[in-house]
Design a binder for this molecule. Structure first.
Ligand code: BGO
Length: 653
């Protein structure tokens, strides 16, 4: 081996790569940028005896595709930077996800030095990694380190000093025969492009496109079509499946969990056989959602009725008929009270979401969704922010930051507003209670499902219009199931419900006061009459909604104020009609079952609230925010019209 040795340092984000790099290089650092991008490149040199080591810190990545800037930089350097070896830093406590990257780099035909970092964290969690078995399987040394404390560095230096004696890994994933044949053919015909199994596979599944080589592209298209026909599946999925299977088989042999953890893992495996099953996974998720809404109603309604009775009694206690009485009765009690009535239902929804999250089920939902999402061109990981959207769209959109590339971030942020947030729930609960008393849970479940479907369609259409096909495979660690902590779920639900109540007492109260004022002015008109200011505004816009079947001025005003926040839709009805009983009665008369359905669809789809738009603007830019407003308004309106008109034609109302 020459006197100058180049060692690349690769690893997942947060695997401790930087800590290890710093421990290796000390202060001999050269910091610059990778060519053509503003991503920091760190290099450190260390001279030991005759030899000078140059360590190159690659960006932290989960995979190696050309899809994100970080992955592209890492792949380009590994492909063209001719490192003598690659240190792959892995977080031992998350073996599978980290080992996946090791597998990819190994398939590049490079000399690898696998470092199992965070071994202290693994021990704490009762995980033992058998480095001796790993070393025997792969024929290369596997090392354990605690980079933050500098432990294991001498062992690493021993390997580095003897780097010429480290061979290539002797074990690797094997793919189905037609894929192996295609890999061999590509490597033979195009040795410069398909320079390793990794490159051949990446060219084959088109995650690596070599521009300007038509002969190669022709061969890839031909081979790809043949394989997909023979194996009846998408090439990228077929390859990813085998890689995961490989990772799992190694983990099974070399990763040991403490007895209790192991038993847990066995139970988890058994449950997962059903929950993540290709055919059962989807229906089970839908069933879980339906049961959730059933409980939201069954358990929540008696409490909601109690609160309603409390507000009714409170309202009756207010004496007189003046302006102040009207403000308290119509503005405060009827407006804000109309929303607060649903606090028990909302608490139960948050509680059940927290239970599902804590038990480990939600990660499975994302895993199951990945297959569907993948087929639709979205990343499975997008489903987690989307599920968060059930609580509130705002943190959900902020969570898109966890996605690795901009395309996934944009598409997910554009899809989230269609996920039914808790602010929409009071509208659903109110209307479902009045118009669909025997199938409340099913109707609300249907609206949530419709939201997901619209979200996915919007993302798919936008992907087609603005982005290319490539979707990176989902690499996620599924946590073991455990009995959810009721204390934790209660705390989470209390916290989120507290936020809902605070919002009702501040922002929503402000909006309801505005409604009350506009309904009381000009002085002398009967409160909330068509002659009031709000009546004029509503009557002016109402004809727009006639084709959707709910052209009353009150419904129009409720939708206009719903721009501020969706709870305000209910608050506005409460303030205009006065009290839960009067509101229920008035709504039952001004809507038919069909127009109630189209109103619900409109409420689901059009802009969730101004704050959500502001967050979309902040996260992905003004143009996307403007597009989101345009899409949601037009889609909401069109769908509401379609529901009403088609229902009408079918004689439903
Ligand atoms: C913080 N064991 C443990 N327990 N921690 C480790 C190890 C290890 O072997 N190796 C690294 N860490 P990076 P990437 C931190 O920064 O090297 C820690 O992304 C903190 N910071 O110290 O940055 C390491 O380059 C405040 O932790 O990883 C770092 O791969 C509180 O893992 C983190 C707690 O390491 C990520 C931790 C202000």
């Amino acid at each position: 081996m020459s006197r100058n040795v180049t060692i690349a340092v690769a690893g997942n984000p947060n695997s401790g790569k930087t800590s290890l790099f710093n421990k290796l290089t000390g202060s001999n650092l050269k910091v610059g940028n990778w060519p053509g991008v503003t991503v920091e490149k760190k290099e450190g040199t260390v001279t030991r005896g005759e030899r000078t080591f140059t360590f190159v810190d690659l960006p932290g990545t989960y995979g190696l595709s050309a899809r994100s800037i970080d992955e592209r930089i890492a792949m380009d350097f590994l492909t063209s930077g001719s490192p003598d070896a690659v240190i792959v830093v892995m977080d031992s406590a998350n073996f599978n996800r980290n080992f996946y990257l090791f597998t990819l780099i190994m398939e590049m035909g490079l000399k690898v030095i696998p470092v199992l970092n965070m071994s202290d964290m693994a021990t704490k969690r009762g995980i033992t990694l058998h480095t001796d078995r790993l070393s025997a399987i792969f024929g290369i040394p596997f090392l354990k380190t605690i980079a933050s404390k500098g432990k294991g560095m001498s062992g690493l230096w021993r390997v580095l000093d003897n780097i010429e004696n480290v061979g290539l890994p002797t074990h690797r994933p094997v793919y189905q025969a037609p894929i192996e044949t295609a890999v061999a053919r590509l490597m033979e015909a195009f040795p410069n492009e398909a320079k390793s199994r990794f490159h051949a596979l990446a060219i084959l599944d088109q995650s690596l496109v070599i521009p300007g080589n038509e002969e190669l592209q022709g061969m890839v298209a031909e081979l790809g079509a043949e394989i997909e026909e023979q194996l009846d599946g998408e090439l990228d999925e077929l390859i990813a499946e085998k890689r995961y299977a490989f990772v799992y088989s190694i983990a099974k042999e070399c990763v040991q969990r403490k007895l209790s953890t192991e038993q847990k893992a066995a139970v988890t495996d058994r449950i997962d056989r059903f929950v993540t099953n290709r055919y059962l996974g989807g229906p089970l998720f839908l069933l879980a959602m339906w049961v959730m809404f059933f409980l939201v109603f069954k358990v929540g309604n008696p409490f909601a009725d109690l609160i309603d009775a409390g507000f009714g009694a409170l309202s009756a206690m207010i004496p007189g008929h003046g302006l102040v009485t009207s403000f308290i009765q119509n503005g405060l009690i009827s407006g804000v009270g109309a929303i607060l009535v649903f606090v028990p239902n909302i608490f139960i929804l948050f509680f059940l979401i927290a239970v599902m999250e804590d038990s480990g089920y939600l990660s499975r939902a994302a895993f199951v969704a990945d297959r569907v999402m993948h087929a639709l061109g979205l990343h499975g990981k997008s489903f987690i922010p989307m599920l968060l959207g059930f609580g509130c769209n705002i943190p959900a959109i902020m969570a898109v930051r966890t996605l690795e590339n901009r395309k996934d971030r944009v598409l997910t942020a554009m899809a989230i507003p269609y996920m039914s947030c808790s602010a929409r729930l009071p509208v659903y609960l109110l209307f479902a209670g009045i118009f669909f008393p025997r199938s409340e849970a099913t109707v609300v479940f249907g609206l949530y499902l419709l939201g997901i479907i619209i979200a996915v369609i919007v993302a798919r259409v936008l992907r087609r219009a603005f982005f290319t096909k490539a979707v990176s495979p989902l690499v996620m660690e599924l946590p073991a199931y455990h009995v959810p902590s009721l204390k934790m779920a209660t705390r989470s639900a209390t916290l989120r419900t507290g936020f809902f109540i605070r919002k009702a007492g501040t922002f929503i109260l402000g909006a309801v006061i505005a409604v009350w004022l506009l309904a009381s002015l000009p002085a002398g008109v009967p409160y909330a009459s068509a002659q009031s200011l709000i009546g004029h505004i509503g009557s002016f816009v109402a004809p727009v909604f006639h084709p959707a079947g709910f052209g009353s001025w009150q419904a129009t005003v409720a939708l206009i104020f719903g721009f501020l926040a969706k709870e305000v839709v209910v608050g506005t009805f409460g303030a205009l009609y006065g009290g839960q009983a009067a509101m229920t009665h008035a709504l039952a008369h001004s809507f038919t079952t069909l127009s109630a359905a189209s109103f619900l669809v409109m409420t689901l789809v059009y802009i969730p609230c101004v704050a959500t738009i502001a967050i979309i603007r902040r996260e992905i830019g003004s143009r996307w925010a403007a597009l989101s407003v345009a899409i949601s308004l037009s889609t909401g309106y069109l769908l509401a019209v379609v529901v009403f008109q088609v229902g009408h034609l079918l004689g439903l109302g």
